[in-house]
Design a protein. Structure first.
Length: 230
């Protein structure tokens, strides 16, 4: 119910946009005539709303989601309170009717942007481009053993198993804890892995076990599961 008056506007015709403090709600009006010595009144009414459904087809959780009016200067606030798990869906409701830009970021830094999303009154827009980058897949290592895995390698096959060239270590200081049934066994997912055959190697933190798998086929757009057993 508040009012605000913008003064000192040169006489001409203008387009106006107002954005609410939630970073989503906005109003637009076009070709407003401002005359010398005159005053134009713009009343902002409660807008019609729709929703946006985000489908996470990536192998890791979605951590950030932004939605702003088309061509807004900044992305505004994050609209996720908790991460969206792989194959999960999150729906952002009460979005005023209009055209928007959307931006999402997964926990591994992979991100997606779509411009010009139409939100209609009472409608739900399914935003589903959140797939893995083209030509890549994911590797999930499930530790079903009784030791902690501290080292993981995944070079293209056959460089590891044949030539003993294992390349970069992928856990980078992290560990995959041992399995204690009946709780689910701990797992680690490596994303952005080039699709194709890979040689896999896991070593425990004490270098007592050294399981390997040769020629594991990482599927494009999918996930390969390696169950490391005792």
């Amino acid at each position: 119910s508040g009012t605000f008056t913008l003064t000192g506007i040169a006489a001409s015709s203008y387009d106006f946009m107002a954005i609410a403090s939630n970073g989503i709600t906005f109003w637009q009006t076009s070709s407003v005539s401002i005359t010398a010595g005159g005053a134009a009144t713009w009343t902002l009414l409660q807008p019609d709303v729709g929703s946006l459904s985000v489908m996470n087809n990536h192998c890791l959780p979605l951590a950030e989601l932004y939605l702003t009016p088309l061509s807004a200067p900044t992305w505004g606030p994050i609209h996720l309170l908790t991460p969206v798990d792989p194959l999960g869906t999150f729906t952002l409701t009460d979005i005023p009717v209009g055209t928007y830009d959307a931006y999402a970021v997964a926990i591994d830094g992979v991100n997606w942007t779509t411009y010009g999303i139409p939100i209609t009154a009472g409608g739900d827009y399914p935003w589903g481009p959140l797939y893995m980058p083209a030509g890549t897949g994911c590797l999930t290592v499930v530790n079903e053993s009784t030791v902690s895995i501290g080292y993981l390698y995944d070079p293209p096959s056959p460089s590891g198993c044949t030539s003993d060239l294992w390349g970069n270590e992928q856990l980078v200081g992290a560990t995959i804890p041992p399995c204690f049934p009946p709780a689910p066994c701990p797992a680690f997912t490596l994303s952005n892995v080039p699709a194709g055959a890979h040689d896999l190697r896991a070593r425990d933190v004490d270098f007592t076990v050294d399981p390997r798998r040769c020629g594991a086929a990482i599927p494009p757009g999918g996930t390969y599961f390696w169950h490391v057993t005792p």
